[in-house]
Design a protein around this ligand. Structure first.
Ligand code: FES
Length: 123
């Protein structure tokens, strides 16, 4: 929605929290007013975070296979292309060709058991 030249944030329910593993991850394509947004949600205990599905190294999608964004130990987000490791809680790259860079955060909330992402409007 655009009011006075500025788009309002968009709220999208993507899944039920019970459909995420613990730890776990799932990818989504959200149709926003500005086009499709590829993102993923990670969960570990009380931690819930969402990021754009784009590696800061080259911009490719991160997952190994559908919904598989975590490394084998389920401790980090791992890019399937060159193996960069990112912290779940803030998307900071600890190791790899983009060390020190960040995944792009997407605001996420848990509302009555539903995972809701908030896309910032353009403008
Ligand atoms: S594309 Fe992700 S680490 Fe190179």
């Amino acid at each position: 929605m655009v009011i006075g030249g500025c788009a309002l944030p968009e709220r999208h329910v993507v899944c039920d929290i019970s459909s995420l593993g613990d730890p776990g991850s799932r990818g989504f394509v959200v149709e926003g007013e500005s086009g499709s947004v590829e993102l993923f949600v990670v969960r570990r205990g009380e931690l819930l975070a969402a990021y754009k599905n784009s590696c800061p190294h080259t911009g490719v999608n991160l997952e190994w296979q559908p919904d598989q964004f975590l490394d084998f130990s389920n401790s980090y987000i791992q890019c399937a292309t060159h193996g960069a490791l990112f912290r779940l809680e803030d998307g900071y790259c600890l190791r790899g060709p983009c060390a020190g860079e960040l995944l792009e955060t997407v605001e996420v909330r848990l509302e009555a058991g539903l995972v809701v992402v908030i896309l910032e409007g353009e403008g």
